[in-house]
Write a protein that binds this ligand. Structure first.
Ligand SMILES: Nc1ncnc2c1ncn2[C@@H]1O[C@H](COP(=O)(O)OP(=O)(O)O)[C@@H](O)[C@H]1O
Ligand SMILES: [Mg+2]
Length: 263
C-alpha cells in the first residue's frame, strides 16, 4: 500500500441473496482527499458505506484502513479506529439542544470505563467546560449563528442546519475518514452550495481527514470532489475528475433521461 493511502477497498462483493449490491468494487482514498461517489438510486452507494463501516461484512474482498484490514470488523471498532459517517436521514436527538447533541457525540466516542468519571463530579464539570468550548469552536466553523445559540433545540432548526450539527458532531470524534451519505438531500440549490462550502472548510480545519461524499447530482459533486467514482448496478463504471467522468459514455447512459445524457 502507498504511504498516504487512507482507505483501500479491494474487489468488494456484497451479496444479498441473489443480488450483488456491490460487484467487484475497488475504491481507494488518499489522506486529505475528498472523493465523490455518485450513481443512480439503488446502485450500491449506501451499501458501500455500510460495508466500510462494519454494518455488513463483505461477501468477498478486503478493506484496508490505515494499515489494518477492517473488513468484517464491528461498527464500534471501525468507528473507534476513526471512520465516522452520517446517514441519509438525520440521527440527531431532536428534543435536545445543539450543544447536547454535540456533547453526546463526543462522549459516545470514549471508552466505557471513562463513565466511572461520572462519580468524580469535579473532573466531569471541568471536562464539560473543555468539551463544550471545543464543540462550539467546531460549530462556529460551520455557522457563527448556530455556535452563538447552543441551547436551541435541534427540532427548531432548518434541515440544512440540522445537517451542519450532525456533521459537526461526527467531526468532534476526530475521525480520519468521514463518510457523508447524501448530506444535501432535501435541500434547495443555495443551501446545498453553502453546505458544500462548509464541508470543504471543515475538511481544511481538520487537516488530516479524508472524505467520501455520496450524491446523485453531478453538479453538486463537481463543486466539492477532487475525484469522482461512479456506480451503476453495483459496479464501478467510471473514475476520474469530474471533467473526465462527465464525458464518459457509460456514465451518460446511466444518467439517461437526465440532462447529461444528451449534453
Ligand atoms: N440489507 C439489504 N438486503 C437486501 N437488499 C439490500 C440491502 N441493502 C441494500 N440492498 C439492495 O442493494 C441495492 C443497492 O442499494 P443501496 O446501496 O441502498 O443503493 P444507493 O444508496 O446507491 O441508492 C438495492 O437494490 C437495494 O435494494
Ligand atoms: Mg443510498
Amino acid at each position: 500500500m502507498e504511504n498516504n493511502r487512507l482507505l483501500s477497498a479491494e474487489n468488494i462483493i456484497m451479496s444479498f441473496g441473489g443480488l450483488k449490491a456491490l460487484n467487484d468494487v475497488s475504491i481507494s482514498l488518499k489522506d486529505n482527499e475528498i472523493l465523490g461517489l455518485i450513481g443512480p438510486n439503488g446502485s450500491g452507494k449506501t451499501t458501500f458505506f455500510n460495508v466500510v463501516t462494519g454494518i455488513y461484512a463483505p461477501t468477498e474482498g478486503n478493506i484496508f484502513f490505515l494499515d489494518s484490514d477492517i473488513a468484517g470488523s464491528s461498527p464500534q471498532d471501525v468507528a473507534r479506529r476513526g471512520v465516522l459517517r452520517t446517514f441519509q436521514t438525520s440521527r440527531l436527538w431532536l428534543e435536545l439542544s445543539i450543544l447536547d447533541n454535540l456533547l453526546l457525540g463526543m462522549w459516545m466516542r470514549e471508552k466505557p470505563n471513562s463513565l466511572t468519571a461520572i462519580l468524580r463530579y469535579r473532573k466531569v464539570k471541568e471536562d464539560f467546560r473543555v468539551k463544550a468550548a471545543e464543540a462550539l469552536e467546531y460549530m462556529a466553523v460551520f455557522s457563527e449563528e448556530l455556535a452563538g445559540s447552543p441551547y436551541r433545540q435541534v427540532k427548531e432548526l432548518a434541515l440544512v442546519d440540522r445537517r451542519r450539527v450532525e456533521i459537526c458532531r461526527a467531526l468532534l470524534a476526530r475521525p480520519r475518514l468521514l463518510l457523508l451519505d447524501e448530506p444535501a438531500a432535501g435541500m434547495d440549490p443555495s443551501e446545498t452550495r453553502e453546505l458544500m462550502r462548509d464541508i470543504r472548510k471543515m475538511q481544511e480545519k481538520a487537516k488530516s481527514l479524508g472524505v467520501i461524499i455520496i450524491e446523485h447530482d453531478m453538479d453538486v459533486i463537481s463543486d466539492i470532489a477532487e475525484r469522482v467514482v461512479v456506480f451503476n448496478f453495483g459496479r464501478k463504471i467510471a473514475e476520474g475528475t469530474f471533467g473526465e467522468i462527465r464525458k464518459n459514455k457509460e456514465v451518460r447512459e446511466a444518467y439517461l433521461g437526465k440532462e447529461y445524457a444528451d449534453a
